[in-house]
Design a protein around this ligand. Structure first.
Ligand SMILES: Nc1ncnc2c1ncn2[C@@H]1O[C@H](COP(=O)(O)OP(=O)(O)OP(=O)(O)O)[C@@H](O)[C@H]1O
Length: 399
């Protein structure tokens, strides 16, 4: 049996699509997982799961994984392990050292200094306060994703408390150790975009919408970004240059860039597909299936990156503005029935508490809309979100 080995998966968003796309290409997915209970979709979709210590490439190779024809992951945390396993098996994949280094933001900033905000890497609260000379600054952990722990700070006091909070974290949400390093950077102003690259092909430039400061929660995305061609070219050139400088270039890369008054400034290069349903957004806008392309690339199959449409797709995520509880009622069906909306979802069951969002984990659902024109796409997504929002009941109204 020809198999695709998935080394863990993301738990939200596009995780289960990797297994589905493998099957569509004629390969059977096998999911290696330390804790299979994270992935209810595996049982629902009949995906074979092998329980193993996925932090150790040798342990995975020694497990009952058959003879994979390709290896990949949709989880940020396991990109280096998947790359090492692919390399050991002589299968297509990214350079393991390049993806390992890339996951450390301090390393990234050192390589990409000319393209990114000036960054100081600190290991103590006092050093963080000393590094914050002009406000606002942004503090963030050296390793992480989904904007977890990323905070805009306006005062030395908030720098001190955020640095202390970040330095007290020793393990990430998967229980893996994280370096005791914090980045302190000047705040770069301007709208933010992501360039969705595949190899050196720009598949899409996406406009990112953020929730209220001091957090950086992605609350919406629009594709295409509808920029003047010169700005689009500047973003694409910056993304390609960054990926190349980091020694990446295999498969998908998700490159986040702010367009500041002084030109493009890199926020981050991710050596993977975008999360946050962006691959679904890109597929709705262009017809290019980035998940299928990534699965094809690791299997050594030519990925199909040809767009077959020019639609305008908009995603809007559901968040709460005060402490709330979810009660779906008929809101999902009602939001899905809004003209232009092609997908509406709530992520958690009735009765789940929802707090104002600090990072991606606090998002409670989303709406995806498609239209012929950018403004119509955005309007449909907002209209759908307004309907879905009725599922979020402020706690004060439930007392
Ligand atoms: N120096 C900065 N100036 C302005 N905004 C910043 C800066 N650094 C980070 N941000 C904002 O915070 C967001 C998250 O930062 P970063 O990408 O480093 O964290 P992350 O946890 O890897 O998030 P993600 O997985 O969403 O990319 C950025 O997309 C950007 O909006």
């Amino acid at each position: 049996m020809r198999t695709l080995l998935l080394v863990e998966s993301n738990t939200t968003g596009t995780g289960r699509l990797f297994a589905r796309r493998a099957r569509e290409l004629g390969y059977e997915p096998v999911l290696a997982a330390a804790d299979p209970s994270r992935y209810p979709y595996a049982a629902e979709d009949g995906v074979r799961v092998v329980q193993v210590d996925t932090t150790d490439p040798c342990a995975v190779l020694a497990a009952d994984i058959g003879e994979p024809a390709g290896v990949t992951t949709s989880s940020e945390y396991f990109i280096p392990v998947a790359a090492r396993i692919a390399a050991k098996l002589g299968l297509p994949g990214p350079d393991p050292d390049a993806v390992t280094d890339c996951r450390n933001k301090a390393h990234q900033r050192a390589i990409l200094a000319a393209m990114a905000p000036k960054c100081t890497v600190v290991t103590s609260v006092a050093a963080a306060v000393a590094a914050a000379t002009e406000f606002p600054v942004v503090l963030k952990p050296a390793e992480g994703s989904g904007s977890v722990g990323v905070l805009r700070c306006e005062t030395p006091e908030s720098v001190a408390s955020q640095a202390a909070a970040l330095l007290s974290v020793t393990h990430n949400e998967r229980g893996l150790p994280v370096p005791a390093q914090v980045l302190v950077e000047p705040y770069a102003s301007g709208p933010e975009y992501s360039v969705e690259l595949f190899g050196d092909v720009v598949v899409a430039v996406v406009r990112k919408r953020l929730g209220p400061a001091p957090f950086f929660v992605e609350v919406g995305h629009d594709a295409p970004a509808s920029l003047p061609p010169s700005d689009e070219t500047a973003l694409a050139d910056t993304a390609r240059a960054a990926v190349s400088a980091l020694g990446l270039g295999f498969g998908a890369a998700h490159v986040e860039i702010r367009l500041t008054p002084d030109g493009p400034r890199l926020m981050e290069v991710n050596p993977r597909l975008a999360g946050g349903m962006i691959p679904e957004l890109v597929r709705a806008a262009t017809g290019v299936d980035l998940v299928a392309a990534q699965v094809a690339a690791v299997l050594g199959v030519e990925p199909d990156l040809r767009p077959d449409r020019r639609a305008c797709a908009s995603l809007r995520f559901l968040t709460a503005s005060s402490a709330s509880v979810l009660a779906a009622g008929d809101t999902v069906a009602a939001a899905a029935a809004v003209p232009g909306v092609v997908q509406a979802r709530l992520y958690r069951p009735d009765g789940t508490s929802v707090r104002p969002a600090r990072d991606y984990r606090d998002r409670a659902g989303h709406v995806l809309a498609v239209a012929d024109r950018p403004r119509a796409g955005r309007a449909a997504a907002v209209a759908g979100l307004n309907v879905l929002r009725e599922a979020v009941i402020p706690e004060r109204e439930t007392r």
